[in-house]
Design a protein around this ligand. Structure first.
Ligand SMILES: [Zn+2]
Length: 189
Protein backbone atom coordinates (compact mmCIF):
# COMPACT_ATOMS: atom_id res chain seq x y z
CA UNK A 1 0.00 0.00 0.00
CA UNK A 2 1.29 3.45 -0.91
CA UNK A 3 1.41 5.57 2.24
CA UNK A 4 1.11 9.37 2.27
CA UNK A 5 4.41 11.15 2.90
CA UNK A 6 4.66 13.57 5.79
CA UNK A 7 6.19 16.91 4.86
CA UNK A 8 8.38 19.56 6.44
CA UNK A 9 6.70 21.12 9.44
CA UNK A 10 5.20 17.85 10.64
CA UNK A 11 6.56 17.23 14.16
CA UNK A 12 7.13 13.52 13.50
CA UNK A 13 10.04 14.45 11.21
CA UNK A 14 11.76 15.98 14.25
CA UNK A 15 11.34 12.99 16.54
CA UNK A 16 13.94 10.35 17.18
CA UNK A 17 12.75 6.99 15.87
CA UNK A 18 12.58 4.11 18.35
CA UNK A 19 14.39 0.77 18.02
CA UNK A 20 12.29 -2.10 16.75
CA UNK A 21 12.06 -4.76 19.48
CA UNK A 22 11.19 -7.82 17.42
CA UNK A 23 10.26 -9.02 13.99
CA UNK A 24 6.51 -9.03 13.40
CA UNK A 25 4.05 -9.31 10.50
CA UNK A 26 3.28 -5.64 11.13
CA UNK A 27 6.93 -4.67 10.67
CA UNK A 28 7.19 -6.71 7.47
CA UNK A 29 4.03 -5.00 6.20
CA UNK A 30 5.53 -1.59 7.01
CA UNK A 31 8.69 -2.47 5.07
CA UNK A 32 6.62 -3.59 2.06
CA UNK A 33 4.57 -0.41 2.23
CA UNK A 34 7.68 1.76 2.52
CA UNK A 35 9.23 0.21 -0.59
CA UNK A 36 5.97 0.62 -2.50
CA UNK A 37 5.71 4.24 -1.33
CA UNK A 38 9.33 5.00 -2.25
CA UNK A 39 8.83 3.55 -5.73
CA UNK A 40 5.53 5.39 -6.23
CA UNK A 41 7.30 8.65 -5.37
CA UNK A 42 10.34 7.84 -7.56
CA UNK A 43 12.54 8.10 -4.48
CA UNK A 44 15.78 6.25 -3.79
CA UNK A 45 15.37 6.15 0.00
CA UNK A 46 12.61 6.46 2.58
CA UNK A 47 12.66 6.47 6.39
CA UNK A 48 9.78 5.47 8.67
CA UNK A 49 9.14 8.98 10.09
CA UNK A 50 8.38 10.14 6.55
CA UNK A 51 5.33 7.87 6.56
CA UNK A 52 4.38 8.94 10.07
CA UNK A 53 5.93 5.99 11.90
CA UNK A 54 8.36 5.82 14.80
CA UNK A 55 10.10 2.54 13.96
CA UNK A 56 13.85 2.87 13.52
CA UNK A 57 13.91 1.61 9.92
CA UNK A 58 14.65 2.91 6.46
CA UNK A 59 14.71 1.49 2.95
CA UNK A 60 16.99 2.26 0.00
CA UNK A 61 16.68 1.38 -3.67
CA UNK A 62 19.32 2.74 -6.03
CA UNK A 63 18.13 0.65 -8.98
CA UNK A 64 17.12 3.75 -11.02
CA UNK A 65 20.77 4.91 -10.89
CA UNK A 66 22.38 1.49 -11.08
CA UNK A 67 23.84 1.73 -14.57
CA UNK A 68 25.11 5.24 -14.05
CA UNK A 69 26.71 4.37 -10.71
CA UNK A 70 28.28 1.17 -11.96
CA UNK A 71 29.70 3.06 -14.93
CA UNK A 72 31.39 5.30 -12.35
CA UNK A 73 32.84 2.25 -10.63
CA UNK A 74 30.40 2.00 -7.71
CA UNK A 75 29.29 -1.55 -6.95
CA UNK A 76 25.89 -1.97 -5.38
CA UNK A 77 24.45 -4.69 -3.16
CA UNK A 78 21.12 -6.22 -4.23
CA UNK A 79 18.26 -3.72 -3.96
CA UNK A 80 16.02 -2.79 -2.26
CA UNK A 81 17.92 -2.71 1.02
CA UNK A 82 16.26 -2.76 4.43
CA UNK A 83 17.96 -1.16 7.44
CA UNK A 84 16.44 -2.06 10.81
CA UNK A 85 17.83 -0.47 14.02
CA UNK A 86 20.81 0.91 12.09
CA UNK A 87 23.83 2.47 13.73
CA UNK A 88 26.50 4.39 11.84
CA UNK A 89 29.71 3.26 13.52
CA UNK A 90 32.28 5.07 11.39
CA UNK A 91 32.42 7.94 8.91
CA UNK A 92 35.36 8.94 6.71
CA UNK A 93 37.18 12.18 7.30
CA UNK A 94 37.01 12.79 3.58
CA UNK A 95 33.87 14.75 2.67
CA UNK A 96 32.16 15.46 -0.60
CA UNK A 97 29.35 17.71 -1.79
CA UNK A 98 26.27 16.63 -3.68
CA UNK A 99 22.87 18.10 -4.41
CA UNK A 100 20.20 16.39 -2.33
CA UNK A 101 16.44 16.43 -2.28
CA UNK A 102 13.91 14.84 0.05
CA UNK A 103 10.42 13.45 -0.56
CA UNK A 104 9.33 15.32 2.60
CA UNK A 105 10.52 18.68 1.19
CA UNK A 106 9.20 18.60 -2.38
CA UNK A 107 11.00 20.63 -5.06
CA UNK A 108 13.79 21.81 -2.77
CA UNK A 109 17.33 20.79 -3.68
CA UNK A 110 20.49 21.91 -1.94
CA UNK A 111 24.14 20.93 -2.00
CA UNK A 112 25.07 19.05 1.19
CA UNK A 113 28.55 18.14 2.35
CA UNK A 114 28.87 14.71 3.96
CA UNK A 115 31.51 12.05 4.58
CA UNK A 116 32.33 10.09 1.42
CA UNK A 117 32.15 6.73 3.21
CA UNK A 118 30.37 5.23 6.21
CA UNK A 119 30.23 1.95 8.05
CA UNK A 120 26.79 0.96 9.29
CA UNK A 121 25.56 -1.89 11.48
CA UNK A 122 21.94 -2.93 11.14
CA UNK A 123 19.51 -5.80 10.99
CA UNK A 124 18.40 -6.86 7.56
CA UNK A 125 14.84 -7.80 6.68
CA UNK A 126 15.35 -11.28 8.13
CA UNK A 127 16.64 -9.70 11.38
CA UNK A 128 20.19 -10.89 10.69
CA UNK A 129 22.96 -8.58 11.95
CA UNK A 130 24.86 -6.96 9.08
CA UNK A 131 27.76 -4.55 8.78
CA UNK A 132 28.34 -2.65 5.56
CA UNK A 133 30.95 -0.17 4.44
CA UNK A 134 29.44 2.08 1.80
CA UNK A 135 30.93 4.79 -0.39
CA UNK A 136 29.61 7.22 -2.93
CA UNK A 137 25.91 7.43 -3.61
CA UNK A 138 24.97 4.54 -1.33
CA UNK A 139 26.85 6.16 1.55
CA UNK A 140 25.08 9.44 0.87
CA UNK A 141 21.58 7.95 0.79
CA UNK A 142 22.31 5.94 3.93
CA UNK A 143 23.38 9.11 5.76
CA UNK A 144 20.36 11.09 4.56
CA UNK A 145 17.92 8.36 5.66
CA UNK A 146 19.77 7.74 8.91
CA UNK A 147 19.44 11.44 9.69
CA UNK A 148 15.66 11.08 9.39
CA UNK A 149 15.75 8.53 12.24
CA UNK A 150 17.50 11.17 14.37
CA UNK A 151 15.00 13.89 13.48
CA UNK A 152 17.52 15.63 11.22
CA UNK A 153 16.69 16.95 7.74
CA UNK A 154 19.16 17.73 4.95
CA UNK A 155 18.32 21.42 5.17
CA UNK A 156 19.82 21.35 8.70
CA UNK A 157 23.16 20.61 7.05
CA UNK A 158 23.33 23.58 4.70
CA UNK A 159 24.71 27.01 5.50
CA UNK A 160 22.67 29.50 7.51
CA UNK A 161 22.79 31.72 4.43
CA UNK A 162 21.29 29.08 2.15
CA UNK A 163 18.67 28.23 4.76
CA UNK A 164 17.71 31.88 5.02
CA UNK A 165 17.06 31.91 1.28
CA UNK A 166 14.72 28.93 1.72
CA UNK A 167 12.90 30.33 4.72
CA UNK A 168 9.79 31.50 2.94
CA UNK A 169 9.43 28.33 0.85
CA UNK A 170 9.83 26.15 3.94
CA UNK A 171 7.20 28.16 5.78
CA UNK A 172 4.79 27.64 2.87
CA UNK A 173 5.43 23.90 2.87
CA UNK A 174 4.84 23.77 6.63
CA UNK A 175 1.51 25.54 6.05
CA UNK A 176 0.49 22.93 3.51
CA UNK A 177 1.09 25.08 0.45
CA UNK A 178 2.76 22.24 -1.39
CA UNK A 179 1.93 19.57 -3.92
CA UNK A 180 3.73 16.57 -5.34
CA UNK A 181 3.12 13.76 -7.80
CA UNK A 182 2.69 11.39 -4.84
CA UNK A 183 0.28 11.44 -1.88
CA UNK A 184 1.20 13.83 0.92
CA UNK A 185 0.04 13.82 4.54
CA UNK A 186 -0.26 17.52 5.20
CA UNK A 187 -0.25 18.76 8.76
CA UNK A 188 -3.02 21.28 9.19
CA UNK A 189 -1.91 24.25 11.23
ZN1 LIG B 1 14.64 12.76 3.13
Amino acid sequence: MVLPIHVYGDPILRERAQPVAADSPELQQLLDDMVETMHAASGIGLAAPQVGRRERVFVVDLTPMKEELEAEGETLPPMPMFFINPEIVWTSEEQCSFEEGCLSIPDVREVVERPVAVRIRYLDRQFRPQELEARGMLARVIQHEYDHLEGILFIDRISAFRRQLLRRRLREIARGQVSAEYPLALSRV
